[in-house]
Structure formats: C-alpha cells, structure tokens
Design a protein around this ligand. Sequence first.
Ligand code: KPL
Length: 334
Amino acid sequence: MMRIALLGTGAMGTLFGVRLAPIAEVWMLGTWAEALQAARRHGLRLTTPQGEETAPVAVAADPMEVPPCDLALILVKAYQTERAARWAEQVLRPDGVALTLQNGLGPYEILRERLSAARAFQGVTTMGATLMAPGHARLGGEGPIWLGPASSNRRQIQKIVDLLERAGFQVEVQEDLQGVIWGKLVANTAINPITALFDVPNGALLARPDLWRLARGVARETAEVARAQGIPLPFEDPEGFVAEVCRRTSENSSSMRQDFRRGRPTEIDALNGAVAAIGRRMGVPTPLNEALWRWVKAVEERRGMAMRPAELERGPSPALAQQMDRRSLKGHGG
Ligand code: KPL
C-alpha cells in the first residue's frame, strides 16, 4: 500500500485525506493543532450532497514522526510552500515524489527547486471545499484534476494517476500545464478576492450584476496577460469559464473568503498580485487585478492579518521572479 504524506490541514487537505485514506496509508502533517487533534480523535470528515464520508488517518506535527513516504501531496497555502517543500524532502523516500495542487503562481517552482524536476509534479483542480470545523470539510463542487508535466517521469506520473482515479477523482495528464494553470488563475483572480471582500459565496457573482461586471473585467484582464505570454488558454471565453466555475461551486466559499473569515493571510500575492506584476512586465494593463490586490492587502493590514511568519515576509517573489524571467524569454522567441 502506498504511503502518502498529506501536507495541509485545511479544506482541500481534508477532502483529499478522506478520499485517499481507504486506498493508501495517509499521514496528515501540519501545524494547525486543532485540525490534527480532531483528525487523531475522530478521523477526517467530508460532507457531500450524498451524505457523510469519514476516514481515519495518522497525524503528525513533526516530519520526524512520519515514516518514509512514496508521495507528498502539497495542499498548504501558497505562502507556506517553502516549509512544505522542506518537509516533503524530509519525509519522502529517495525515489518518492511530490505533487502540488495549490492555487497561484510560484509553488511548483519552489517544489521543483528542492526535489528536482523528476520528483516534482503539478496539478490543477477547480474542485472546491469549505472548511466547516477542524478536520471537517464540505465538498463545494467536483471537477477534473489536470496533472503534468507528462514527460518528466512517466512511471511516477502514471502511479499518481492510478492512485487518484482509484480514490474517485477524474484525472487528465498534460505535457504543458501552463494553459490550465492560467485557466485556473483566470477563475481564482476573478472569484477569490471579490467573494472575500463582499463576503459572498461563489454563486453570488452570477446573481449580482454589480459583482459580475467586476469579475468579468478581471477575467478578461488575466486572460490578456496569458495571451500576451503566448499561453493557450483551455477556453475561448474567459467570462464563460468563470461563470461555469461559479455555477459548479455556487454554494462554496472561496478559499480567500474562508481566509478572511478566519483572520488568516490570503493568497492574493500569488494570484492577483502575480498577474498584475507579470502584466506590468509585459506591458498589459491590469488595473482591476492591481486594485483588488491593493484592496485585499489593505484589509489584511488593517486587521493585523499581515503580521506573518518569517517565511511569509519573503513572499512569493523569488519563485515568481524566476517564472517571470522564463516567460519573458519565451516572449522573445525562446
Ligand atoms: O479554487 C477555488 C478557491 O476557492 O480557491 C475555487 C475553484 C474558486 C473554488 O472556490
């Protein structure tokens, strides 16, 4: 049986823990004491439209307690990636691999740098989950998981595909994930900050014309930044795609709304902040992404959410800068 280290104790960590535990030995590793305690006492719990799913998992607050793992699944916030990558390296067998399913730009580059390209994989999903209590999440919408890069380590990627499919997920492998990464970014930049600032579920963006006008504008901007870099988006119509994600996850609270409600720092730097920074570099105007980024930062600061661990102070910039350099090379015919 495969042994998996699940790094991340939030809504997505809980969702994946519940689905993977019946077919693998799952170790939830994290820093959120209440979630670890709940998981240890009662197992993890997932509420779905079909009913309740629960699953026992092993838990640890220290990577030294975790036996050597075949796979590390990274589901922490974008700004916690450096520590998660360090921990993944510690808990993995020498031939073990890591998969990030995080939001935003930057996490994959951090993971690849630590583990090498042959041991680091990236996935994108528009599944949603809302945290109801420590160790308990509610499924907020299903959707496929895209995995890549396909060619770096075919044997390992096939193992991950088999595992996720056995756990009930729909999986698609792609050689170049940039298109789906930017597709997801179109959704996240349009949905997350607006639902957080206006404190509404994802579906409200479709119901309120004032919010939809704003979301639609952001979706177009982010899509323009992708196009300017020569990245082919997996859809023709960015607003149509955002509308579809809002419909599929209409009851879900976006991860940024959940962060706001819990007084935690958000992933705004890796989402709208990153798009605005790349837009500036590429000469593509991104006034709405820029405004939402500043607005969310201002709320974080006012509420003291900006007082962050040292890791966060450094921000996503090193990996992002690297990614932007790669992009600009590509833009110059590289
Ligand atoms: O990724 C998400 C998030 O909340 O971060 C979506 C797909 C928008 C679901 O809520």
